[in-house]
Design a protein around this ligand. Structure first.
Ligand code: ACO
Length: 324
């Protein structure tokens, strides 16, 4: 039997980093009031990175990919599948994955995007795992890359303080042992309107609101219950208990969501990887960014069991259990 295992990870953040205070000062110039204290207390976010206007998701994603390929000890030419999770593609088409492929100087293998907003990386990882297990690919590059700052309405303080830009990537390779042990994906389109960027291109214009909109409390409630059911589902698939999980790596949206999820699971916060303080919510990039930070800081080590879970617009959610 063939399984998929993580061979290497990488990430990249644009250099411009804004503290809460710096963002609050910037917003104050337009008469928008917020504070470091409010943002930290409600979200756990202390800073975020914003890309310069000429920097795109594919550029951030390609840099994260190079680092993941190097960590995997392989060459770009060895990659035979690229899946990019993004809601902020460089263009309507071609896909960001194709642009990353070009940037890496390779060609021939399939490359495509998945759009599941903040669950996108979990969706992409699950797809790559399935393609490796069926023999359709042997070395897959899975990227989460976002420039969410492009979608933010800086006149709306309830959303613009929450998000940041960045990219993370994983090289998944065929192996005789797992690797990815279990996974689950879900969506419920009935909740499409609580978290959306409804604008669409038509006749040379954007029709509808081009900015991100969110009903924060409705999203919060759905997120917590989605994480709870996903954990139970993925662990049951693998026949394992929550005690066997060394690291819970959740989509980094809000520290309070993570604390609530961990409390429900009776998992101490020491086993929950937190990077939301440093990165803000980077949507599809947040989980691979957190994973790469954990690995490079030496907190996540080979042989550990990792439970990755995401939730986001759609509404979408899912989880992947990995023996790293
Ligand atoms: N600075 C100061 N005050 C603010 C700000 C701000 N940036 N934003 C809102 N407020 C005010 C509001 O106006 C409100 O004031 P009022 O009481 O006078 O009306 C007050 O703070 C409380 O607002 P709430 O919306 O009730 O605040 P809440 O505690 O719910 O926190 C938050 C808002 C942080 C958005 C929270 O609901 C949340 O985290 N929701 C989940 C969001 C999330 O995780 N989204 C991403 C998941 S999926 C994805 O990543 C795309």
């Amino acid at each position: 039997r063939v399984f998929a295992r993580i061979a290497g990870t990488g990430s990249h953040l644009p250099p411009r980093c804004l503290s809460n205070q710096a963002l609050a000062d910037q917003l104050a110039q337009d008469g928008i009031e917020t504070s470091d204290a409010w943002i930290v207390e409600r979200t756990g976010i202390r800073q975020r990175h914003f890309a310069e206007p000429d920097v795109t998701s594919s550029m951030l994603g390609a840099e994260a990919a190079r680092r993941a390929i190097e960590a995997a000890g392989c060459q770009p030419q060895d990659i035979d599948l690229i899946i990019c999770a993004t809601s902020t593609p460089d263009m309507v088409f071609p896909s960001t994955a194709c642009l990353i492929q070009r940037e890496l100087g390779i060609s021939g293998g399939p490359a495509f995007d998945v759009q599941a907003v903040c669950s996108g990386f979990i969706y992409a990882l699950t797809l790559a795992d399935a393609m490796i297990r069926t023999g359709a690919a042997r070395k897959a590059l899975v990227v989460g890359a976002e420039v969410f700052s492009r979608l933010l309405n800086f006149k709306d303080r309830t959303t613009c303080v929450l998000f940041g830009d960045g990219a993370g990537a994983v090289v998944l390779e065929a192996a005789s042992e797992p690797g990815i042990v279990a996974s689950a994906l879900h969506a419920d389109g009935r909740h499409a309107d609580i978290l959306c960027t409804p604008g669409a291109i038509s006749g040379g214009q954007v029709l509808g609101d081009p900015f991100l909109r969110m009903e924060g409390q409705a999203v919060f409630k759905l997120a917590v219950s989605a994480l709870d059911t996903t954990t139970a589902e993925v662990l049951a698939q693998a026949g394992r208990s929550v005690e066997s999980v060394d690291w819970l790596i959740l989509h980094q949206a809000n520290i309070r969501i993570m604390q609530t999820a961990a409390k429900k699971l009776k998992l101490p916060m020491e086993r929950v990887l937190v990077t939301v303080d440093r990165h803000g919510n980077t949507s599809a990039a947040s989980i691979p960014l957190a994973l790469d930070f954990g690995i490079r800081e030496g907190r996540i080590t080979r042989g550990q069991s990792l439970l990755l879970e995401g939730m986001g617009g759609g509404f979408t959610w899912g989880g992947v259990l990995i023996d790293y």
